[in-house]
Design a protein around this ligand. Sequence first.
Ligand code: G4P
Length: 526
Amino acid sequence: MSNSHLREEVEKRRTFAIISHPDAGKTTITEQLLLFGGAIRQAGSVKGKKTGNFAKSDWMEIEKQRGISVTSSVMQFDYAGKRVNILDTPGHEDFSEDTYRTLMAVDAAVMVIDTAKGIEAQTKKLFKVVKDRGIPVFTFMNKLDRDGREPLDLLSELEEVLGIESYPMNWPIGMGKGLEGLYDVFHKRVELYRPENYEGERFIPLDETGDIPKTHKLFQNAVYTQAQEDVELLVEAGNVFDEERIQNGDLTPVFFGSALTNFGVETFLSTFLQFAPEPHAHKTIEGEEISPFVEEFSGFVFKIQANMNPAHRDRIAFVRISSGTFTRGMDVTLQRTGKKVKLSNVTQFMADARENVETAVAGDIIGVYDTGNYQVGDTITEGKLKVAYEELPTFTPELFMKVTAKNVMKQKSFHKGIEQLVQEGAIQLYTTVQTGDYIIGAVGQLQFEVFQYRMLNEYNAEVVMTPMGNKIARWFKEEDFDERMSSSRNILARDRFGNPLFLFENEFAMRWFADKYPNVELESLL
Ligand code: G4P
């Protein structure tokens, strides 16, 4: 691909993830977006809970058993001259580190919030990861067709709970049964909810005073006037629209709508694509920024998916392309080992098909067939390009299990399985200092189930897991290490790199410890 062609292609890419709390409507909005992009033909193709058709993106057997999506799949479509890549993050409470890592591979995030509920626990956690990365966040306030909270209330919550300033791109005119439309501040128009009630016109341009034409039915209607007043207040006292602040993740543009009734979704999509950033440069371990327009291909593995096809023991390494062009059959170097690999069996993901891919460019995600070469965080590069991208952060687990092999005769496969799954990033492993017990840690319950399932299916090792409940993991410096600090309420352990840490029973135990040993600095991961 010539360099100008590469540039043109990369600039078209918009790669993002949708973050939300379960049930806020992420699946519904994803479907609407795919419908606009022509990637699916009917709603219900992504998730068919009720019909018993499992989502096409649910590959693993375990997912089918539970009817939920463990995997973060990637969906691609074209819209308005842009190539859109949506990285799905599991919409279930039992999310895993994969959910977090997926956020390392995107250039922007869309945050879906249920207007009746406001900001919920999982949104908060995911937002923190996005915020730490400094990537832009776009907010979609969903379920406007139902009665929800006051829009002004929702905006202040963004600021108070998440600490992000907001700019309303549009504003609800009524809500629930009384929903009439959106006062579109950005496009200076009113978007009607039921255009059939208003001579079938969806968009009514506002006049130079910012008002709807006097002849229109909504003119001086109570809900409309309320929306106008709110907007006036926001224009006077609120934030100003600032593209740079959006790009830096300091200001979130807020869109209202209803995914289920497909209201405001297209306005959101087209405006989002206008301001969502194109693929950004990625930092190497040395701190050098590699531009996506660098001709040589490079990318990093952000997730490894095992057993997509139960008939084979295959794994797929999801690679975010950071620079250049991928072409099928190309040779790359796996930087960690220096090993040369041929990228011949590579897939790209659509909502309803896995397709073999011939070319892809920076910004795209490819799935590389893996026989056990890759680890999460690995960099692959083409030709003379010799870079290794920054390590992906490790996330502080919150749930812990003691784990042992059920069959003592199978210790070998037990250890091999654990070692590989830990390396792959499927689970985190700790060894207690006192007894040498294995403790595994996860950010979501489901990670344990996937671990147990894979240990049995891939390594033929049946494991016994004893729940330890929630713990607070805190790392500290080796020089402060002292076995006598350990107790049943603060278990002393080492992670897989040998770094010492405590697993505290609760906040109280941690405070007690901090009081007793004020000189020991405790640190969490991300
Ligand atoms: P999630 O992926 O974020 O978990 O949410 P999902 O889209 O599955 O939506 C959760 C529930 O909320 C679904 O109802 C869905 O139909 C509903 N929903 C989504 N968007 C809207 C909206 O704009 N307005 C209203 N009124 N409801 C919305 P469900 O009955 O729980 O799910 P299902 O069994 O129909 O799939």
